[in-house]
Design a protein around this ligand. Structure first.
Ligand code: HEC
Ligand code: HEC
Ligand code: HEC
Length: 420
């Protein structure tokens, strides 16, 4: 009994000391601004690739701002966090950050002056990056044009404005440092895991989050981000057409797959970043992701409930007016561009209607003429009920799956959230 109490007390003391240690981190001395000549040109060009792998620009650029100058609002259940300026401006950016300070931010989530960074910055993944990749990313960012811009103040729940609390979060979720290669796997698999778990931070969107924003295990079981479903990455054999490694690699390179459609919503910019990587890297990511797949099961066809029939026929009529011109099997677009039928779309097969609703509201931006994935937005021309009716029709008649629950409420909520 006594011994147990002692052990518990000792464990508590260790946790308290660890937390205290992590709460207060020293500042790292500022450096004088560096010049382009301070970096080897090939390190800078390798750094461009690392920064693309990490999507750094996607988060650190606002809708109207300069690249890497920050200011993009990230909405979290705890409030809004604005990304910071990571151009080499000495006043508002990271111009006076040494390589040591930059490395500490990526590996431990600590800013140069010692304050703890919010995990909306995915340092729990960037910590897996190799020292060489971090050095190259630093060389690339420090040779960008400095931009003087300060992001607006964060709007967070009161207790969370006290950053030292993040030390407790880090104790739970941060395992600093790179992961050793698994010698029983191929070099390609290890490269894929390195990119997915590290710079690619795929799990930060494709995993469910617990109430304090930590990623639940097992990873990649599907998450929700900005009102979009990020499907499970472990269930790619359980889609109407099972994914192959080749299709996955092509999807990652082009943001589009002839069997599965386009990368929409928050996946769009990710695919755009990934398109800048060498082919070997998208192949490696595909090899690793395919090794995580659960076995395929046979889906059962479902006959819609009689009570849903009226809604489904209203949806069918609306679909033939607004959508069939592009999406019916006879539509010229389907034949010319080799488009996948909506029956193959994972948005339609998903357990939640979110992505079908989002695609209808927002459409898809024009990408490039090779895979002209343009779809107009319908937010202004269709009412909430019409969108819900069309969703019910697509799900029942094209997807042949059980009706979605709560479609009306989801349409209302998603539309409201998009307007914020
Ligand atoms: C998912 C969005 C997201 C991505 C992707 C992202 N960041 Fe950030 N980053 C943030 C947020 C949010 C902050 C601010 C956190 C805070 O204020 O506590 C931040 C802060 C930082 C900081 C600290 C800057 C300062 O002034 O305190 C550095 C350095 C940084 N990011 C570098 C990077 C690099 C390098 C990459 C790519 C490898 C990257 N970030 C990708 C969201 C992101
Ligand atoms: C910023 C959040 C975010 C990140 C980071 C992210 N994804 Fe996604 N991903 C999404 C969303 C949202 C979707 C659903 C949109 C769609 O299907 O068009 C998606 C869709 C996908 C799909 C299609 C799945 C299907 O069933 O159709 C694949 C494959 C995928 N992501 C792989 C990856 C990989 C690999 C990475 C890391 C290199 C990654 N994603 C990183 C948000 C993200
Ligand atoms: C101008 C042509 C056009 C019209 C009109 C159009 N779409 Fe699309 N839609 C597209 C294209 C292009 C894609 C990209 C995916 C692909 O290649 O199939 C797409 C994709 C989709 C997806 C799949 C998204 C994904 O992530 O898998 C859904 C669902 C969808 N459309 C529903 C609709 C509905 C519902 C309507 C009518 C309200 C509609 N579309 C009208 C062109 C169109």
């Amino acid at each position: 009994m006594k011994r147990k109490a002692w052990l518990a007390a000792a464990a508590l003391a260790v946790i308290a000391a660890g937390t205290a240690y992590w709460m207060w981190q020293p500042a790292i001395a500022p450096i004088r601004p560096l010049a382009a000549g301070d970096f080897a040109p090939d390190s800078v060009s390798r750094g461009a690739r690392v920064v693309a792998q990490g999507d750094c620009m996607v988060c650190h650029t606002s809708a109207t701002g300069a690249p890497y100058a920050g200011g993009l609002p990230l909405r979290t259940p705890f409030g809004t966090i604005f990304t910071t300026n990571i151009t080499p401006d000495t006043e508002t950016g990271i111009g006076n950050w040494s390589l040591a300070a930059f490395t500490r931010a990526l590996r431990h989530g600590v800013a140069r002056d010692g304050h703890l960074l919010y995990p909306a910055f995915p340092y729990i993944h960037y910590t897996r990056m190799s020292t060489a990749d971090i050095n190259d990313a630093y060389a690339f960012l420090m040779t960008r044009t400095p931009v003087n811009f300060k992001a607006p103040d964060n709007q967070l729940l009161l207790p969370l404005r006290f950053r030292p609390l993040l030390a407790g979060w880090n104790l739970l979720y941060l395992r600093p440092g790179p992961e050793a290669d698994d010698p029983s796997r191929s070099a390609e698999w290890n490269r894929g895991r390195y990119l997915v778990d590290g710079a690619g931070h795929c799990a930060s969107c494709h995993s469910t989050l617990d109430p304090i924003g930590g990623e639940r295990r097992p990873a990649f079981s599907g998450g929700n981000i900005d009102g979009w479903d990020a499907p499970a990455l472990t269930n790619l054999l359980n889609t109407p057409k099972p994914w192959t490694r080749e299709q996955l690699a092509l999807y990652l390179r082009h943001g589009w797959s002839s069997e599965h459609g386009a990368a929409a919503g928050p996946m769009g910019p990710v695919a755009h970043s990934l398109s800048q990587l060498p082919e070997a890297d998208s192949n490696a990511i595909a090899t690793y992701i395919m090794s995580l797949q659960q076995p395929a099961t046979t889906p059962r066809a479902v006959t819609p409930a009689a009570s849903d029939q009226a809604r489904i026929s209203r949806g069918a009529a609306l679909f033939s007016g607004a959508c069939a011109g592009c999406h019916s099997s006879e539509a010229p677009m389907m034949a010319v561009a080799g488009r996948p039928s909506l029956a193959l779309s994972s948005a339609v097969a998903s357990d939640r209607p979110d992505n079908v609703i989002q695609v209808m509201l927002n459409g898809l931006p024009f990408k490039d003429s090779a895979h002209a994935t343009f779809m107009p937005p319908f937010a202004a021309s269709l009412t909430d009920t019409q969108i819900a009716d069309i969703a019910a029709y697509i799900r029942a008649d094209i997807g042949k799956r059980a009706a979605w629950q709560d479609v009306d409420r989801r349409v209302r909520t998603i539309r409201k959230e998009n307007q914020q």
